[in-house]
Ligand binder design. Structure first.
Ligand SMILES: C[S@@+](CC[C@H](N)C(=O)[O-])C[C@H]1O[C@@H](n2cnc3c(N)ncnc32)[C@H](O)[C@@H]1O
Length: 288
């Protein structure tokens, strides 16, 4: 297990169960956990598939317990998994934490071609706290446009003094954010990268500047990247060296890793664009 970074941002290259033991109990303000879903994705050569569902869940219960142990008494915990496993997580966690929201991250997906059943267009997220009477929730920082009454300038006559509907509201529990696509600026080479916008909402709502945010399955380190952008501190844990390199680069913690320059790989459409610019430049050059 290796630890990289500085006082504010730490990257732990290692197994989550082992690495979590290195984190002090009751020390983390916000945890976002996006583990392997046991659905056969390929994480840099490691197949995300356990021999049985029971084994997967048994493993999850171990890190869930550790995360809860690391969370401050007023901390918040957001956790994801595949739709078919979320009911087990819910039943397990509700005995230990207060589940305040059962969120649905919804996305449009033209790629889903299910013909004989209804294709999957969402991923569930549990939002839990240790103490439902004492937790951070920065309402003002996550308001969204209220699309109904306020837009039509309707008056709410149910109020003692009739007033115009609010034009802003706290988002409901269905969140629509586009999935990260190959052509998007934030794209990294990882099969299940989460969008910056999703983490922005979670981090802004459930932590304050200077707080410690932890992600035990960091992947492309979206959580730690967003935490840094918003003045929070972070701990990111990841098993695959290839993804640790993405984290070191995204968080600007290193330019080099074991002698290799850390650079974002140029995507195929960028090479085409570069070739066009180069060719145009050649034609622009005055002759002789
Ligand atoms: C669903 S992905 C996380 C994606 C991440 N949220 C992002 O935005 O890029 C799960 C990650 O967990 C990592 N992983 C799998 N087993 C692990 C373990 N035992 N300890 C730490 N990381 C692990 C995988 O390599 C993968 O990158």
């Amino acid at each position: 297990m290796e630890i990289y970074g500085n006082k504010q941002h730490k990257i732990i290259h290692g197994d989550a169960l082992e690495a979590l033991h290195k984190v002090a109990d009751n020390s983390v303000d916000l945890i976002f956990a996006d583990p392997p879903y046991n659905i056969g994705k390929n994480f840099n050569g490691q197949k995300d598939k356990w021999a049985t569902e029971e084994e997967y869940l048994h493993w999850c219960y171990k890190w869930l317990d550790l995360c809860i142990q690391k969370l401050k008494p007023n901390g918040s915990f957001y956790v994801m998994t595949a739709t078919q496993f979320m009911p087990f997580f819910d039943i397990y966690i509700r005995k230990k934490l207060d589940i305040l929201s059962r969120l649905v991250w919804y996305y449009d997906s033209s790629g889903v071609q299910a013909k004989k059943y209804f294709g999957s267009m969402y991923e569930p997220i549990l939002f839990c706290v240790k103490d439902k009477n004492n937790y951070t929730f920065n309402t003002e920082d996550i308001l969204v446009e209220a699309k109904t009454g306020a837009k039509r300038k309707l008056i709410d006559y149910r109020k003692a003094v009739p007033t115009i509907y609010n034009s802003k509201k706290v988002p409901g529990n269905v969140w629509e954010f586009a999935r990260v696509r190959y052509r998007m600026d934030e794209y990294e080479n990882h099969p299940t990268q989460k969008p910056i916008a999703l983490l922005e909402r979670i981090i802004k709502a459930s932590s304050n500047k200077g707080d410690l945010v932890m992600d035990p399955f960091s992947g492309t380190f979206t959580t730690c990247f967003v935490a840094k952008q918003h003045g929070r501190n972070s701990i990111g844990i990841e098993l695959q060296e290839e993804y640790v390199k993405i984290g070191l680069r995204r968080l600007q913690l290193a330019n080099e890793f074991k002698g290799e320059k850390l650079q974002k790989k140029i995507r195929s459409f960028e090479t085409d664009k570069l070739a066009t610019v180069y060719t145009l430049k050649l034609f622009e050059e005055p002759n002789g």
